[in-house]
Design a protein around this ligand. Structure first.
Ligand SMILES: C[S@@+](CC[C@H](N)C(=O)[O-])C[C@H]1O[C@@H](n2cnc3c(N)ncnc32)[C@H](O)[C@@H]1O
Length: 237
């Protein structure tokens, strides 16, 4: 399968990766996440943040930061760190900025518009990079992985959390039938059908690790979560 495979879209559906699709659902995104994953999403994000193993005073980057759940968690798991969150959806960032301000973390977390495929940061300028539920939306995944590798210092870690086709029949029923209906019902949008098709189109763990190695990572590890419903990929630069 090509690394640049893009999910099927309809003429009314914004191009994945443009940020526009997420602008439409930004206001209900957090609620939907918690409901659809039975609250597991936050435990997965926490594990992702820990796996980055940031040093004291680390400078961290969270890509596809959306409503800033991972950026907030990074700042709590690594209390001496500063975090930059980047995302192409202004609507998601707006929700994120409110959360950062409410948490009193505006001095440590900066959120800015950006596309993971072309980052405006210097080489080796971060101690670690995270991306949760974002790489599936990026049209050129290898370009994004190369950028993550480029902006991370040698020895630093990049953690990518992503959903997958689960093995368990109940988990499959949940992903294929309950999630799209619940998403459409609560958000009033058809975007949650895209979730299902994009999960199906995502490469299996071994193939994704191959992409990471092609992007330059010297070591890759995979952590399987909830019957294979999600994985955390950790690449060392
Ligand atoms: C499912 S949300 C994940 C948000 C957040 N990381 C979380 O844990 O909830 C996917 C995010 O990917 C962003 N996105 C889409 N295309 C992108 C791209 N090319 N580069 C970076 N982020 C992108 C969307 O705007 C959206 O906020």
């Amino acid at each position: 399968m090509s690394a640049t495979t893009t999910p099927t879209t309809t003429p009314t559906m914004p191009r994945p990766g443009s940020g526009e699709m997420f602008d439409r659902i930004a206001g209900r995104y957090d609620l939907l996440n918690r409901l659809m994953s039975f609250g597991l999403d936050q435990a997965w994000r926490r594990k992702l943040c820990r796996l980055v193993e940031a040093p004291e005073g680390a400078r961290l980057l969270d890509l596809a930061t959306g409503t800033a759940d991972v950026a907030l968690m990074l700042s709590r798991v690594w209390p001496s760190s500063s975090v930059v969150g980047s995302d192409p959806s202004a609507g998601m960032l707006e929700v994120g900025r409110e959360k950062v301000a409410r948490g009193g973390l505006s001095a440590r977390i900066t959120l800015e518009l950006g596309d993971a495929q072309a980052l405006p940061f210097a080489d080796a300028s971060f101690d670690g990079v995270t991306m949760a539920f974002g790489i599936r939306n990026v049209p050129d995944r290898v370009a994004a992985l190369r950028e993550m590798h480029r902006v991370t210092r040698p020895g630093g870690r990049v953690g990518v959390l992503e959903l997958a086709e689960p093995d368990n029949p109940f988990a499959r029923l949940h992903v294929h039938h309950i999630v799209p209906r619940l998403g459409a019902f609560i958000s009033g949008a058809k975007e949650y059908r895209y979730l299902q098709t994009s999960i199906e189109a995502f490469p299996p763990p071994d193939a994704f690790c191959e992409l990471m190695r092609a992007a330059g990572f010297v070591r890759t590890d995979v952590h399987r979560l909830a019957f294979g419903a999600a994985h955390i990929f950790v690449g060392t630069v």
